[in-house]
Design a protein around this ligand. Structure first.
Ligand code: MLC
Ligand code: AMP
Length: 499
């Protein structure tokens, strides 16, 4: 069944109830939400979108953005969200690779992105709202709400979410209607989703955490969503007393704790604080319990599979662990070569289940490389206790997670190595109080290198700001092992206090 149909069914008897509450932009009922979705789907169909077509979206978070996501599902098309921080230089690749039928962007970037999209044969570029002239929202005003809900099978694609790779360019993870529904249904069950819940939503909706995990749990109940444009500490503090569930990356909890206004009384009404996308430090878990009396529920997931493991709702939530595999997810640990890992040992986590994606868009070889005998290789290093509880202890993949956003060092090294005066580079993640990890670049230079400030300025033109190194430091040579591979572990240790 089309995932959207399930949301529509859930809303059935609750047409007048609040679906979304935007503190600065009013309230929308389920009736208003689904009327808008029907109109939006008709505008997309009118623009030539057919089932299976990709609709790529780079817009600031808003209610209209949620409507657009649901309209793409309704039309049987494939939603392809892109981080709003991506530069034009980064976006061209996604357009070429996914060959979307339609691009939806913000008015401020329309002039920049339309030619890029045209160059990639994107048939139509629309703005979501604003500037009056032919925006999607304006077109919706003249459309009817009766768009068909296109029949979809479990394996039909609902979304492609790009995730970077350790080698080569980003890969589009293909997620089906069946993948998304299976995961949402399980999460709703294990997190005890209930009719009085109110979700405080402060995550971006261009990644699986904010888009699927958070929105699907709420829309399938249905529960009201307090939709904030971003994590703004004042807005979050003001909204907490009306909410029951918050989903966030660890930085959310670090920032709440850093604010003296955040206290026990303020979250007395909260049922559940969930953390994921990056490791939650045991110190943060302990400080949070100390301040609020609540134990954060940490869970673990990734783009290719949605959620994989979770601490229990009832039962012990143990700091530094991600809990148990979800009921319908199988896990096993293997050495990088595929050998079985002894009980209690550390290995690469491999998974199997209805949540596991359909492969990488148009990359069958890379898909095959990331599966072993039908198990998906997560690239995360884990250990598992005798009772099944999982701890993520590291990453086999060269990846930095900063404030819950993934950054692939290879991509930054590639840009650095193109710059005049730089012979070679190594990019590492070092501990950072707010973001968990932050990016540091080490460069071997010639005498004519332009200096740190100029290098950073150049990178800013090429890369989304969150990927740009906080500092670029010169080094005489990169430490290498006998195979010639840069020993990043040595660099990470040596530069641990760099920030
Ligand atoms: C913003 N900046 C970051 C950053 N976010 N730098 C490093 N890491 C980040 N995560 C930079 C900006 O480029 C800018 O730089 C400066 O910091 C301030 O920007 P901002 O927009 O004001 O930042 P802020 O709103 O404070 O955002 C921080 C944040 C946000 C942590 C609230 O990044 C966030 O919401 N992260 C969540 C990401 C997420 O949803 N991840 C889930 C992925 S799914 P400058 O230089 O321009 O000033 C996944 C699977 C799973 O991983 O398991 O869930
Ligand atoms: P993404 O590619 O953005 O989907 O990021 C997924 C990666 O985030 C996983 O492979 C893990 O490395 C990491 N991750 C997600 N949740 C957790 C967690 N609770 N603890 C540690 N790492 C996590």
């Amino acid at each position: 069944m089309n995932l959207y149909q399930r949301m529509l069914d859930a809303a059935g008897p609750h047409q007048d109830a609040v679906a979304f509450h935007m503190p600065d932009a009013g309230v929308r009922s389920h009736a208003e939400l689904h009327d808008a979705v029907g109109r939006c789907a008709n505008v997309l169909i009118e623009a030539g979108v057919e089932p299976g077509d990709r609709v790529t979206v780079q817009v600031e978070k808003s209610f209209e953005n949620v409507v657009l996501y649901l309209a793409v599902l309704r039309a049987g098309a494939v939603y392809m969200p892109l981080n709003t921080a991506y530069t034009g230089a980064e976006l061209g690749y996604f357009f070429d690779d996914a060959e979307p039928r339609v691009l939806v962007c913000d008015p401020a970037r329309h002039a920049e992105l339309e030619p890029l999209a045209k160059g990639a044969n994107v048939a139509c570029t629309l703005t979501l709202a604003g500037d009056g002239s032919g925006s999607l929202t304006e077109l919706m005003g003249g459309a009817t709400a009766d768009a068909p809900i296109v029949q979809r099978a479990n394996a039909d694609l609902a979304a492609i979410v790009y995730t970077s790779g350790t080698t080569g360019r980003s890969k589009g993870a293909m997620l089906s209607h069946g993948n998304l529904f299976a995961n949402a249904a399980t999460l709703r069950k294990i997190w005890g989703w209930e009719s009085g819940d109110v979700l405080l939503h402060a995550l971006p909706i261009y990644h699986v955490h904010g888009l699927f995990v958070a929105l699907h749990c709420a829309l399938l109940e249905p529960s009201p969503v307090l939709l904030l444009p971003r994590f703004d500490i004042d807005a979050v503090l003001a909204s907490l007393p009306q909410a029951t569930v918050l989903m966030g990356v660890p930085t959310f909890y670090v920032r709440l704790l850093a604010d003296s206004r955040f206290d026990r009384a303020q979250c007395a009404h909260m049922r559940l604080f969930i953390s994921g996308s990056a490791p939650l430090l045991p110190e943060t878990f302990a400080a949070f319990e100390n301040r609020t009396g609540k134990r954060i529920l940490e869970r673990y997931g990734m783009t290719e599979a949605g959620m994989i493991a979770s601490n229990p709702l009832k039962g012990e939530r143990v700091a530094g662990t991600v809990g148990y595999p979800l009921p319908d997810v199988d896990v096993r640990l293997r050495s990088p070569d595929g050998d079985t890992v002894e009980s209690g040992g550390i290995g690469v986590l491999e998974i199997r289940g209805p949540n596991v994606f359909q492969g990488y868009w148009r990359q069958p070889e890379r898909t095959a490389e990331e599966f072993r005998d039908g198990w998906f290789i997560t690239g995360d290093l884990a250990s598992q206790a005798a009772d099944g509880r999982i701890s993520i202890v590291g990453r086999h993949k060269d990846l930095i997670i900063s404030g819950g956003l993934n950054i692939y060092p290879r991509e930054i090294e590639f840009e650095l190595d193109q710059l005049p005066g730089i012979e070679e580079s190594a990019v590492i993640g070092v501990p950072h109080a707010d973001f968990g990890e932050a990016v540091v670049a080490l460069v071997v230079t010639r005498d004519d290198w332009p200096g740190e400030a100029a290098v950073i300025a150049k990178l800013r033109h090429r890369l989304a700001a969150f990927k740009v190194p906080r500092t670029v430091m010169r080094i005489d040579q990169l430490p290498r092992n006998a195979m010639g591979k840069v020993q990043k572990a040595i660099l990470r240790k040596h530069y641990a206090d760099a920030l």
